[in-house]
Design a protein around this ligand. Structure first.
Ligand SMILES: Nc1ncnc2c1ncn2[C@@H]1O[C@H](COP(=O)(O)OP(=O)(O)OP(=O)(O)O)[C@@H](O)[C@H]1O
Ligand SMILES: [Mg+2]
Length: 353
């Protein structure tokens, strides 16, 4: 069989997993997306029988029939068990080899539907995030100018006042105006475009861990699960620290300064973010064992001013999402009552936005 030998680059650049089996249902070839799907390497799996590859392969009969009858077969929303506790939902097709290819066998194509669902969810989150951000930033701008005028007028008035008792009132106007100004500046966020420099993501995470450690008591157990093979990346280090710090601080607050937080990094290949496919993406997980995100916040958590904390401003995640988006990345979360994971994906080849 020389299907893969002829077109390896093309097949390895597809986001569809392609597995080529011979008539015995032994894996002959697999493309990069297939390796990613099975979290394995070509070398490790080529030559294995199909029941060695998958713990449960629900389409075994269909494959046998396809080999015998030569009829192609397609199935949607099939559950594939690819690890002891990992199943994925895929759309797949089994097609007999034909045409100019002399050898016999079948091509098993499969698309990770979970991934497509994630993309739909990402588009949804980003569209809503951008709409609410535009609205709230517009309002913040409108408040900022008259606020400056109010503060200035209070200062002028203060100079004319003779008694300290009256100056107390202008003092209140000035300090409240300053408080509001700080909030507005946070809403508007850093306006500068990211200044990209070569950075090491683990150094950034270690810096954040040290910062948070210094802010809190010693009761938080930090676990580090880093992928040391990750290459350096281009990013604005200050903006990246701010974004990830907001996430880590939330995790700390959720475990109420007691509990455990895991900082994890992994590489993902052929990964779609913001409608762009990236060859290599860094995945940063911040996992806490707090009580989880309240149900009523889940839909709107990335909106500005959405908070579940009495003293919260609800800007942390919205700012983090904006900053990561400027690096062509994206943040999402998964949450259950005893575990919450916030994930930031960042492409390794970032361009200014
Ligand atoms: N890891 C987490 N576990 C549980 N709930 C979380 C977690 N992260 C965020 N939340 C919830 O999401 C809300 C919004 O978070 P966000 O960081 O945007 O605002 P905030 O923390 O309330 O205020 P700010 O960050 O501006 O000080 C939080 O108030 C909290 O209720
Ligand atoms: Mg926060």
């Amino acid at each position: 069989m020389n299907l893969f030998e002829d077109t390896p680059t093309l097949l390895d650049n597809l986001s569809t997993a392609i597995l080529l089996f011979d008539t015995e249902k032994r894996l002959h070839s697999i493309n990069t997306a297939g390796e990613d799907l099975l979290s394995t390497s070509k070398r490790a799996v080529c030559g294995q029988m199909i029941d060695e590859l998958f713990i449960e392969f629900p389409l075994l009969e269909a494959m046998t029939e396809c080999l015998e009858s030569g009829q192609p077969f397609t199935e949607r929303d099939t559950e594939l068990q690819i690890g002891v506790d990992q199943t994925i939902i895929v759309d797949c097709a089994i097609t007999p080899l034909s045409g100019s290819i002399k050898s016999k066998g079948v091509v098993f194509e499969c698309i990770n539907v979970d991934r497509n669902r994630r993309i739909t969810r990402e588009e949804d989150i980003m569209a809503r995030h951008q709409a609410t951000s535009v609205l709230i930033r517009g309002m913040a701008h409108e408040i900022k100018n008259p606020l400056g005028g109010l503060r200035g007028a209070a200062q002028l008035l203060e100079r004319e006042l003779e008694t300290d008792e009256l100056k107390e009132y202008t003092g209140i106007i000035i300090s409240e105006a300053d408080r509001l100004r700080k909030l507005i500046d946070r809403i508007l966020g850093p306006s500068d475009a990211p200044i990209l420099r070569k950075i090491n993501i683990h150094e950034v995470l270690e810096h954040i861990r040290t910062l948070v450690d210094a802010e809190t008591s010693d009761q938080i157990a930090f676990t580090r699960d880093y992928d040391p093979s990750l290459p350096d990346m281009m990013a604005d280090v200050d903006q990246l620290i701010q974004a990830l710090l907001n996430i880590v601080r939330n995790a700390v607050q959720s475990v109420d300064e007691q509990g455990s937080i895991t900082l994890k990094t992994r590489a993902e290949r052929q990964f779609m973010i913001n409608n762009q496919r990236h060859k290599l993406v860094v995945r940063i997980d911040v996992i806490d064992n707090g009580p989880g995100i309240p149900e009523e916040l889940r839909e709107t958590i990335f909106y500005p001013m959405v908070t579940g904390r009495a003293e919260g401003t609800g800007l942390g995640l919205s700012i983090a999402q904006t900053l990561i988006h400027r690096h062509n990345g994206f943040i999402d979360f998964e949450s259950s009552p005893d575990q919450t994971t916030f994930t930031a994906w960042l492409p390794l080849e970032t361009e200014n936005k």
